[in-house]
Ligand binder design. Structure first.
Ligand code: TRP
Length: 334
């Protein structure tokens, strides 16, 4: 039997992935390639829904792709590609936009949050249609599962609704994807503000651990992470959110269960514990950083790897769009 297909995407909006991206998405994508026919996409079309410098976009798209390979995505098994290389994404998005109600799109909470930042009327129409482009990404590949964080659930519901609506109106065309909500490690929080999710838009750089950061600054940030009153290493989200976050990080990186960590540090205070967390982070990130640097040092080769991914992705996308064009009633090009 054919393997189920997964598709996911990540935005090239930073010069490095951070620990939250790594544990919450990238590392789990690597595992999924063992059991799935995997498509992973650097979503540069989504990145331009907010103002973006062309040079920064180019750099960040390559950095994102390089980190995906460096983290363990195997180009033989996974199709890793850049969204804008496959023209069908925008083409299908247009068709789906025409099937979406204004009210339906206006209900998307991520748009509401993001547009609030710019002021409702300064937000682009692209930001408004962002979830519909995401639906196109998914439906184009007939994905069975979409590994995403819990914050993307609403976008997946919209994707299923739009797929179903198309199938109903024009005949069976799209596989309706199941959400595949990634493990709750998205609860990795900001080192300086444990009440906020680790995210590049939150707090100061001191709160974020970047995959491509050098060991020195990584250690410093962990040692300076806000901790809680008291001196015991205990898992207590309510009263010890800072320590609990570090325990979660340590557990995710070393595979040791949190209660076992709590036992290990009994009577030792925060210092020793933090040093070990810092080492776990450095150990996890260093090989990825080194491989990423190597990949980035040969852009021609990296671009060639992405061209291979784009060709494979295009093959699938082309077949889906052929059906879509015909069913919608677009004339064949004679
Ligand atoms: N919106 C997703 C996020 O912010 C990124 C994304 C774009 C995506 N297209 C996708 C995720 C398709 C899964 C499938 O994380």
């Amino acid at each position: 039997m054919a393997r189920p297909r997964v598709l996911s995407g990540i935005q090239p909006t930073a010069d490095s992935f951070h620990l939250g991206n790594y544990l919450g998405a990238v590392r789990q994508w690597v595992t999924l390639q063992e059991t799935h026919d995997a498509f992973y996409c650097v979503v540069d079309l989504h990145a331009i829904t907010v103002p973006t410098e062309p040079d920064a976009l180019r750099r960040r798209s390559r950095v994102a792709a390089a980190q995906l390979f460096a983290a363990g995505l195997d180009p033989e098994r996974s199709t890793v590609f850049v969204q804008s290389h496959v023209r069908e994404h925008t083409e299908l998005a247009w068709v789906l936009i025409c099937l979406t109600g204004m009210g339906e799109a206006a209900r998307m909470t991520q748009f509401k949050d993001k547009s609030a930042k710019f002021g409702e009327s300064a937000a682009s129409v692209g930001l408004f249609t962002y979830p519909i482009l995401q639906a196109a990404d998914i439906l184009l590949y007939q994905a069975d599962r979409v590994p995403v964080g819990a914050d993307q659930k609403q976008h997946l519901e919209l994707t299923r609704d739009l797929g179903q609506r198309f199938n109903h109106r024009f005949g069976d065309t799209f596989t309706l994807p199941e959400p595949y909500i990634l493990k709750e490690v998205e609860k990795i929080t900001d080192l300086q503000d444990p009440s906020a999710k680790m995210s590049k838009s939150s707090s100061s750089p001191a709160g974020i651990l970047d995959v491509l950061e050098q060991p020195g600054p990584l250690r410093k940030k962990v040692m300076r992470a806000v901790t809680d009153t008291g001196s015991e290493v205990l898992f207590d989200e309510e009263n010890k959110p800072g320590i609990s976050n570090l325990l979660r990080i340590q557990s995710a990186l070393t595979g040791t269960a949190i209660p076992d960590l709590v036992n290990r540090y009994e009577g030792q205070g925060y210092g020793t514990f933090k040093k070990d967390v810092a080492e776990a982070v450095v150990e996890a990130f260093t090989p990825i950083r080194e491989r990423t640097e190597k990949l980035l040092s040969d852009e021609t080769e990296l671009d060639r790897m992405l061209a291979v991914g784009a060709r494979r992705a295009s093959e699938v996308a082309r077949q889906t769009m052929e059906m879509v064009r015909d069913r919608v009633g677009f004339l064949p090009l004679a």
